[in-house]
Ligand binder design. Structure first.
Ligand SMILES: *[C@@H]1O[C@H](CO)[C@@H](O)[C@H](O)[C@H]1NC(C)=O
Ligand SMILES: *[C@@H]1O[C@H](CO)[C@@H](O)[C@H](O)[C@H]1NC(C)=O
Ligand SMILES: *[C@@H]1O[C@H](CO)[C@@H](O)[C@H](O)[C@H]1NC(C)=O
Length: 219
């Protein structure tokens, strides 16, 4: 992608006036930077190793939490690793993606690898959400994902125990295989603790995540 941006950088002025080329190049560079930043944030937070998945993001996943009061603007997680308050993450999030190759369907998972505490995560991972059949809704950037099927595992509000350091809540988006039948492995009756996203992804043939982000939530 950097190579392509450099090619654009040199090729565009030959065909377009300078003012036309600047936003295109800026967009290409900022996207690359963001993907690299997300990956770096995951690496620094040791998430790949902790959840045993390879994280090479190809798309940016943007997570927004609607707020209980209609007077309060929804809160968007602007940066992987940003911290939110417990009372800001009470509602199921909505998702936007940037730079997608496909229209979906996508599968999204949220897990907490830090329960009950990051130092002794003996309950990890806690399953906070599993949902499939997310499709691109609008041909805009960022693009809202919409879903019409029930979540396989409904959104569980992050509530780290009092006294715990903030937990990492990891959002992962996968390409969903055509014959996906997620309900076989995680029904609403299955225990929410000791959920292993890598085993689930492997059993459900989800492959590795194509994007993701994470937030810290502390009380
Ligand atoms: C969350 O709680 C803090 C105080 O702990 C308060 O300042 C803030 O307004 C609350 N936010 C929401 C969305 O309720
Ligand atoms: C769609 O996804 C949201 C989370 O973004 C989830 O709360 C909801 O249960 C899912 N299904 C439907 C039918 O909305
Ligand atoms: C969950 O358990 C209840 C009661 O034991 C049962 O009626 C229901 O069918 C179960 N649901 C699933 C999805 O297995």
């Amino acid at each position: 992608m950097i190579m392509r941006s450099i090619v654009l950088f040199f090729a565009f002025p030959l065909f377009f006036p300078f003012y036309a080329f600047v936003p295109v190049a800026a967009l290409a560079f900022s996207r690359d930077t963001n993907l690299a930043e997300v990956k770096r944030a995951f690496d620094v937070a040791l998430i790949s190793g902790n959840i045993n998945l390879i994280f090479e993001p190809q798309i940016l996943l943007e997570v927004t939490f609607p707020q209980p009061s209609t007077n309060t603007k929804p809160i968007t997680l602007r940066r992987a690793g940003a911290q939110l308050l417990v009372n800001e993450t009470t509602r199921p999030p909505i998702f936007n993606i940037i730079k997608s190759r496909s229209k979906g369907p996508f599968f999204i998972a949220i897990v907490d690898p830090d329960a009950p505490t990051p130092q002794k995560p003996i309950w990890a991972q806690i399953r906070h959400f599993l949902g499939g059949d997310f499709f691109l809704e609008t041909p805009r950037i960022p693009t809202l994902l919409s879903n019409n099927t029930e979540a396989l595992s409904p959104f569980l509000q992050p509530v780290p125990p009092a006294g715990s350091d903030p937990h990492r809540f990891v959002f992962l988006i996968f390409d969903q295989p055509r014959d996906f039948r997620g309900e076989k492995l995680a029904t609403t009756n299955d225990s929410l603790i000791h959920f292993i996203i890598s085993s689930y992804a492997s059993a459900m043939k989800l492959g590795q995540p194509i994007g993701g982000t994470f937030m810290l939530v502390g009380s």
